[in-house]
Design a protein around this ligand. Sequence first.
Ligand SMILES: Cc1cc2nc3c(=O)[nH]c(=O)nc-3n(C[C@H](O)[C@H](O)[C@H](O)COP(=O)(O)O)c2cc1C
Length: 125
Amino acid sequence: MTYAVRYYTKTGNTKKLAEAIAKELGVEALPISEPVNEPVDYLFLGNSYYAFNIDPEVKSFVTSLDKEKVGKIVNFGSAALLNSTYKKVKEAADKAGIAMDEKEFHCKGVISFTPFFVGKCKRSN
Ligand SMILES: Cc1cc2nc3c(=O)[nH]c(=O)nc-3n(C[C@H](O)[C@H](O)[C@H](O)COP(=O)(O)O)c2cc1C
């Protein structure tokens, strides 16, 4: 299996999750400004809610993915109040013709002004 990890963050929480996931997978966690050039079976995509939506940059990143290079997207991220961003990311993934894995990872994440992630994490399934 081949993996890539990309993330979008405004306040750093998603980067911390991405780095933990990437470490387990033995790959580097990169921001979504880094395109996925090599074919991968699974793209782990970290993202969060901002004003009840995912950032437009995340939508553009997902819709511009090459379906020949990305097998499936695994969604992960955090939000202060809302549940996961899965449906929002899936809307973009559908446009790109890329499947979403039904498994995902979602945390409660607070807006933090400290260098420490303050959250409560649980796997969806
Ligand atoms: C500008 C801004 C808007 C946010 N809007 C929402 C929101 O609408 N719903 C929600 O549940 N959380 C919201 N949050 C909380 C973030 O989703 C949460 O803190 C997340 O962990 C931030 O991830 P990041 O540190 O990777 O940017 C918002 C945070 C920021 C900074």
